[in-house]
Design a protein around this ligand. Structure first.
Ligand code: IPD
Ligand code: CA
Ligand code: CA
Ligand code: CA
Length: 261
């Protein structure tokens, strides 16, 4: 509701690590609201939030129960009123992801999952695509705020390889969490990104796994802090996508607090 009403109003936009890394007062407001509400209910739990991390709070995943929050995923979309904006909340215990909730602020769609209990969209069970043939796959990706020529060359080279693999197509919607929800619902076969953060993936990883899909690091099992992910309905598609990719190097979330694009 905070995001929905703020969309229609004049926004206070500033930039963080780069001119394309935007933040608004609503990002801060939503994160404070989520953390204060959860902290009141769970005073011993820890919190990782995008804007708290940007403000210097250590981004550290311990064995303690931890909420991992992206208050507005798709801030650039939010600034432009482009209707792909979400709030994402994941919950981990002993570093294992247990819960994921993602709310699409424009259409009110709510994606939820709890480990071992399935994934749902507005209460309807989600199921990933069973497609194994990459030539019939729709692939999603995102580019982060890093836009130097070398990064862009690798990014575009990866897209070119996937387009000519061939695949049915490659899409960028401007919200990692909603793109990942499309993998959970079977609307697309695979997602990959270099440079995303733990708050972009935590909630979505539970939702995709509970919908029957695979979420991995491009180099092995999922590492929430590695800034690399590939998610797919089937292992076959995930492997085919990874084979096409040239990696883009980013610092880890837990050791590189200055790079919070
Ligand atoms: C960003 C968006 C964007 C993706 C970036 C993310 P934010 O999240 O999901 O699509 O390319 O990597 O950081 O900053 O809007 O929460
Ligand atoms: Ca995000
Ligand atoms: Ca955000
Ligand atoms: Ca951001």
């Amino acid at each position: 509701i905070v995001v929905q009403s703020a969309v229609k109003q004049e926004k206070q936009v500033s930039s963080k690590s780069t001119p394309t890394d935007l933040v608004t007062e609503t990002d801060h407001q939503v994160e404070e609201l989520i953390i204060s509400t959860l902290r009141e209910k769970y005073p011993t739990h820890r919190f990782i939030g995008e804007e708290s991390s940007a403000a210097g709070v250590k981004c550290e995943l311990t064995d303690d129960p931890t909420w991992i929050i992206d208050p507005i995923d798709g801030t650039c979309n939010f600034v432009h009123s482009f209707p792909m904006v979400a709030v994402s909340i994941g919950f981990a215990v002993r570093k294992e992801l247990e819960l994921g909730v993602i709310y699409h602020c424009f259409d009110g769609t709510l994606y939820t999952a709890r480990k071992g209990h399935g994934a749902f969209c507005n209460g309807v069970r989600l199921q990933v695509s069973k497609e194994k043939d990459v030539s019939k796959a729709l692939i999603l990706t995102e580019i982060g705020a890093k836009r130097d020529p070398a990064t862009l060359d690798i990014f575009l080279g990866n897209m070119k390889k996937l387009l000519s693999a061939p695949t049915h197509g490659v899409r960028i919607i401007g919200s990692s969490t909603l793109a990942l929800c499309h993998i959970a619902s079977g609307a697309a076969e695979a997602y990959y990104q270099y440079g995303l953060h733990c708050w972009d993936i935590a909630a979505a990883a539970v939702i995709i796994r509970e919908a029957g899909g695979h979420v991995m690091d491009t180099t092995g099992p999922l590492d929430l802090m590695s800034r690399r992910v590939v998610a797919a309905g089937t292992r076959e598609i995930a492997d085919c996508v990874v084979k096409q990719l040239q990696p883009i190097n980013y610092g880890r979330d837990d050791t590189d607090p200055d790079d919070l694009a």
